[in-house]
Design a protein around this ligand. Structure first.
Ligand code: GTP
Ligand code: MG
Length: 370
């Protein structure tokens, strides 16, 4: 969860960052201009200045829950686990995923950096596993946070020649906050000077006690590049997933999250979705974030057009009016009329939110001129 920083808050309330830092200091907390503040701290500062503070929930986080159907337990069937691969930049996340699905994403990527979260499904001994890749670059905190939220298990990749780095810590924090099982993959053990034992000690200090030291976190030594330890890692994933007894209801209308949205010159708005529950079919009326439409093309992770997809499956769809944002929620509706109604309402709400944040901005301008 990303809080507002001291700098951002002071701009919003028209105080200098030094004043905000002073208030918190007097209340016993040391912060810097770039520290992010939790809700309680924001509230304390607002109280200090006699302001009323209200947290604006972005439209992407508004749930469809008032419309949601509760599943009948007898409709629930086992579903594939969703695994997110996280870790510091260049520690080998994409190479690992790449090795797992035996294609070559890492080489094709611009500059070798994962720009977007990728989503793929693979079969391990006849059992499906869905993998999400996340970029390690520091600018992508929100993606890692979302990745942790929609996932069942997180694999933290740590390069044995580099050790715990800032995005390693941050990824672990997201995974712990999401309260999902964690598997640590110590990568690049093929490299001269790699010291997996030292890395294990470092990572364990983040609160991830290894199983072999009496804790509950599996650690696996791998080389994503040479293909060492991958089978053991997948085996571990399968064991952890089985313990979780994941179930979903393929009979219901689909809902889930947007992994990525983009505008394609020929196909129009394209969204990569992770179906979290239900079955998505081509032709379904759908609301995605603040946009809506009818699923025109449904494409699987290998680019094949399909008619329907079940729980825990990543798919690409076309047929939306606008490009949704990563992290937006989606939901299928009975009729196109309903989808349009809900979609337009949400679009309206989003416009209002944007207008509100603009007026807050001009208030800041006013303050800065005083
Ligand atoms: P971002 O997406 O930018 O965060 O990076 P990433 O974690 O996906 O790293 P990526 O898979 O792109 O790998 C970074 C570099 O490390 C590449 O040059 C890989 O070839 C190399 N690499 C990955 N795994 C291994 C490994 O096991 N051994 C060695 N020697 N090199 C590896
Ligand atoms: Mg990558």
């Amino acid at each position: 969860e990303e809080g507002i920083t001291v700098d951002e808050l002071s701009q919003k309330i028209g105080q200098t960052p030094a004043n905000v830092i002073k208030v918190l200091f007097m209340l016993g907390t040391m912060v810097t201009i770039n520290s992010s503040l939790n809700d309680e701290q924001v509230e304390l500062i607002c109280m200090e200045y006699g302001l009323e503070c209200k947290k604006v929930v972005p439209v992407s986080e508004v749930n469809f829950e008032d419309l949601e159907v509760v599943d009948d337990p007898k409709d629930l069937v086992p579903r594939p686990p969703v695994i997110t691969i996280m870790g510091h930049v260049d520690h080998g996340k994409t190479t690992l995923l790449d090795h797992i699905r035996k294609s070559r994403v890492a080489e094709g990527e611009f500059g070798g950096i994962t720009q977007h979260i990728g989503a793929y499904q693979v079969s391990v001994k006849g059992k499906k596993i869905t993998f999400l890749d996340t970029p390690g670059h520091e600018a992508f905190t929100a993606m890692r946070a979302r990745g942790a939220m929609i996932t069942d298990i997180v694999i933290i990749v740590v390069a044995a020649d580099d050790g715990v780095m800032p995005q390693t810590r941050e990824a672990v924090d997201h995974a712990l906050a999401a309260n999902v099982p964690i598997i640590v993959a110590i990568n690049k053990i093929d490299k001269p000077g790699a010291d997996p034992q030292r890395i294990m000690t470092e990572v364990s200090e983040l609160g991830l006690m290894p199983e072999e030291w009496g804790g509950d976190v599996p650690y696996v030594n791998i080389s994503a590049k040479k293909g060492i330890g991958i089978d053991e890692l997948l085996e571990t994933v399968t064991v952890v997933a089985e313990l979780a007894e994941l179930k979903a209801n393929p009979k219901r209308m689909a809902y889930g999250s947007v992994i990525e949205g983009r505008l394609d010159k020929g196909r129009g708005p394209v969204a990569t979705l992770l179906i979290q529950n239900g079955t998505l079919r081509s032709g379904n009326p759908i609301v995605v974030g603040a946009t809506y439409g009818r699923v025109r093309q449904l494409v699987d992770d290998r680019g094949r057009e399909i008619k329907s997809a079940g729980p825990a499956t990543p798919v690409e769809i076309t047929g939306l009016n606008d490009v949704p944002e990563a992290g937006d929620k989606f939901m299928v509706f009975e009729t196109e009329r309903e989808a349009r109604h809900v979609g337009e309402e949400r679009a309206q709400k989003k416009i209002e939110e944007e207008r509100n944040s603009t007026s807050a901005m001009s208030l800041d301008d006013l303050f800065s001129q005083m």
